[in-house]
Design a protein around this ligand. Structure first.
Ligand code: NAD
Length: 478
């Protein structure tokens, strides 16, 4: 679906008019292509006195080949020069902020460098989760960071994003830093992400697979699944892993299947039999497997568990993406409309999880697709919003139990994404949805898929229990 306003606003004549009239200016976002450098320029990392993360961050970025600016030189330059050198990212370690008066260190840093960011620049503030702070004043100051970061997301413009990462002392940071710095997180902004210590469990082998005939044996089974803790190949982090994606025939599900395959996974693409043709084409394209199955069928959990056990003996990544809408205000909604949405979007996923979670080994990843409307609610979508809020509940309930087995569970909550689903929206509502966010445009299916790939990465072993919105920092439900 073409965003005509964005095309116009990025034309030579459009740019000038948009600026003069103060209209929304949707910058063309930097998105990831294989082989791209992590960032497009130097990165400045600074810290409040007593910050505990900056040295580790500098080491990670240095080893990743990122050019780091010296904070002292950058501050001098910012004060002395009208045109200080441009930066691709500003990273501030705020873990040393133990009381509200120390928030001033963030003012000093961002005031000095606010105008130095390159287009599609990145702001990352790291802190300690308020619930993990020992002293009340520290917890209050750390909570204050949310307001600052969300304001930066709304203020800096030109396709830049801003995130707050609350990190535990021994949290593995690299996969999250890489995701947030790169073009993979183009449409993620204003988010609060929590990273804990790596979830680990003594690798318990799932039920032994029935031995498939050699000629039927899929490629993924030949390569052992990478275990958390071993070095990550950042170009193909999912090599050797088996991933299931539901609702994969089109839209966001197809993008997820493509991105997970690009990252090295053997993808099982699942969709209803009626979508058999596009499903087969997609599976062919990504050299994966097509599985025709209605997730609400009574025998779906058993059939799916049997398929995974027989073919692969396990499943490393499960993405519950299949979803439907049946919109009506409650007074007009039929019981069938209520039931079908709750069943596809929530109940069937619970039944399937009951049957297949035992096939997720240590290092496994369960990923749910919620929605911004599951956070904010929406007129005419009580059924959909209930189902998607339930998905968030599922993440919260399962996170502690699965962590004990070395498995993470997270959800994405997409905002307005350009898909056949949103192409059917009435024009005024569609236009409003596109503009009412900090990036002034809709997201693409690939933006949701990249966020899911970050959750799926073996490097994301400390990322669990999170609900991350892929919404360009939408004003709705913020
Ligand atoms: P879509 O309608 O384009 O694709 C959904 C896919 O799920 C289809 O291929 C469909 O056949 C499949 N599916 C539906 N019922 C199924 C069933 N019973 N069994 C197996 N497969 C089934 O939708 P989309 O826009 O790509 O959305 C994908 C997910 O993202 C959904 O969960 C949706 O709620 C969520 N989401 C989308 C947006 C958006 O803006 N498009 C926003 C928020 C959340």
């Amino acid at each position: 679906m073409v965003d005509r306003y964005a095309t116009f606003a990025n034309s030579a004549a459009g740019k000038a008019l948009v600026k003069r009239l103060g209209l929304p200016a949707p910058t063309t976002l930097r998105r990831y292509s294989p082989g791209d450098p992590l960032v497009t320029g130097p990165v400045l990392v600074d810290a409040a006195p007593g910050g505990r993360l900056a040295p580790a961050i500098r080491k990670i970025l240095d080893e990743a080949g990122v050019v780091l600016r010296d904070p002292v030189a950058a501050a001098v330059e910012a004060g002395a020069s009208e045109t200080p050198g441009r930066l691709a990212a500003l990273i501030f370690d705020a873990t040393g902020v133990t009381s509200s008066d120390r928030l001033r260190t963030l003012y000093d840093f961002f005031h000095a460098h606010a105008r130095t960011l390159l287009p599609s620049g990145r702001v990352i503030v790291l802190g300690t989760a308020p619930e993990d702070c020992a002293a009340p004043r520290e917890a209050i100051a750390q909570r204050a960071l949310e307001g600052l970061v969300r304001s930066i997301g709304k203020e800096f413009g030109r396709g830049s994003t801003a995130q707050l990462v609350y990190a535990a002392p021994d949290a593995p940071l690299e996969s999250t830093l890489r995701f947030l710095l790169s073009g993979r997180s183009a449409y993620v902004s204003g988010q609060v992400i929590r990273i804990g210590p790596a979830v680990t469990a003594a690798p318990t082998e799932p039920a032994a697979p029935a031995e498939p005939a050699a000629q039927d044996r899929p490629a993924a089974q030949d390569a052992p699944a990478a275990q958390d803790g071993s070095p990550v190949d950042w170009e193909r982090p999912l090599a050797g892993r088996v991933a299931l994606v539901t609702g994969a025939a089109r839209g966001i599900g197809a993008a997820i299947a493509r991105v997970l395959a690009r990252d090295g996974a053997r993808v099982i693409a699942l969709d209803v039999p009626a979508a058999g043709e596009p499903l087969a084409a997609l599976a062919n394209e990504i050299r994966g497997e097509a599985l025709q199955l209605d997730v609400t069928a009574a025998d779906a959990p058993d059939r799916l568990a049997g398929y995974l056990r027989d073919r692969h003996g396990r499943v490393d990544v499960v993405v519950h993406n299949a979803g439907i809408t049946r919109d009506r205000t409650l007074g007009r909604m039929t019981a069938e409309q209520w039931d079908s949405v709750i069943d596809v979007n929530l109940s069937s996923q619970e039944r399937i999880n009951d049957a297949i979670l035992e096939l997720l080994p240590a290092g496994g990843r369960l990923i749910q697709v919620s929605s911004m409307n599951g956070i904010a609610g929406n007129r005419g979508q009580a059924n959909y919003a209930a189902s998607k809020a339930g998905v968030i509940g599922l993440v919260q309930v399962l996170a502690p139990t699965l962590a004990a087995r070395g498995v993470t569970v997270n959800a994405v909550a997409p905002g307005f994404i350009e898909t056949p689903m949103t192409a059917r929206m009435p024009v005024p509502l569609r236009e409003a949805s596109r503009r009412l966010n900090s990036l002034s445009q809709g997201g693409l299916p690939v933006d949701v898929a990249e966020t899911i790939a970050w959750f799926a990465s073996p490097g994301s072993s400390g990322v669990t229990g999170n609900v991350v919105r892929v919404c360009g920092q939408s004003l709705i439900g913020a």
